[in-house]
Design a protein around this ligand. Structure first.
Ligand SMILES: C[S@@+](CC[C@H](N)C(=O)[O-])C[C@H]1O[C@@H](n2cnc3c(N)ncnc32)[C@H](O)[C@@H]1O
Length: 195
């Protein structure tokens, strides 16, 4: 996803917000591409423990970490050139509010990139769902001894709107040029939109 936004990241005055940054992997990847330009990268998450881990992984040139709820961002309107979210948007309690907040903090012409899981269609989708919903939770729980995450992941993917619906929501909230690029038969995909 980071290379998709290389032009924005190459702008010295660019402000980039990575939502639901967790322990910061996507924010660090954005930072690596922005090192030459000096663009400002902010990573936000509402989990203090996640940000603590991101902070511990940080070096001299690292994103800035800010504790914030993606549904109620502590930023002014039109502050960012790019807003990203990698495998975090799906977890939001309210997708429309999340999209509205992204749009609000983007400057006119700014872009958003939401990378998240999906479910493939057709025969491949049926096989994938069988594996993802029935096999993976059993194997994952047996190996790790922890049930929660391996049950939560398929449940959260099933709850996430289809690409058609997600694009419709983006357009309805006001995004221009909304698009979806599937990766690996649609197991994951990148939603893009402009303000
Ligand atoms: C799978 S992790 C994201 C991984 C991360 N993007 C990366 O690049 O490594 C999902 C994150 O979403 C965060 N999250 C979920 N709902 C949120 C919300 N409303 N506001 C902020 N963060 C949220 C969780 O705390 C969690 O850290």
């Amino acid at each position: 996803m980071t290379r998709t936004f290389a032009i924005i990241l190459a702008q010295p005055n660019a402000w980039v917000l990575d939502l639901c940054c967790g322990t910061g992997d996507m924010a660090f990847a954005l930072q690596r591409l922005a090192t030459k330009s000096g663009a400002t990268i902010l990573g936000t998450d509402f989990s203090h423990a996640m940000l603590q881990r991101a902070y511990e992984k940080s070096e001299e040139t690292s994103p800035r970490w800010i504790e914030a709820d993606a549904l109620n961002l502590p930023f002014s309107d039109g502050q960012f050139d790019l807003v990203t979210a990698a495998f975090g948007f799906r977890n939001l309690a309210d997708y429309n509010t999340g999209l509205r907040e992204i749009l609000r903090v983007l400057r006119p012409g700014g872009e958003c990139g939401i990378l998240d899981f999906g479910e493939p269609q057709g025969l491949m989708g049926q096989a994938y769902r069988l594996y993802f919903r029935r096999v993976l939770p059993v194997i994952g729980t047996a190996i790790s001894g922890v049930r929660g995450p391996y049950a939560y992941l398929p449940a959260s993917v099933a709850r996430f709107p289809s690409p058609t619906e997600m694009l419709e929501r983006m357009r309805r909230e006001g995004f221009q040029q909304a698009s979806w690029t599937p990766y690996t038969f649609g197991i994951a995909g990148l939603y893009r939109g402009k303000k």
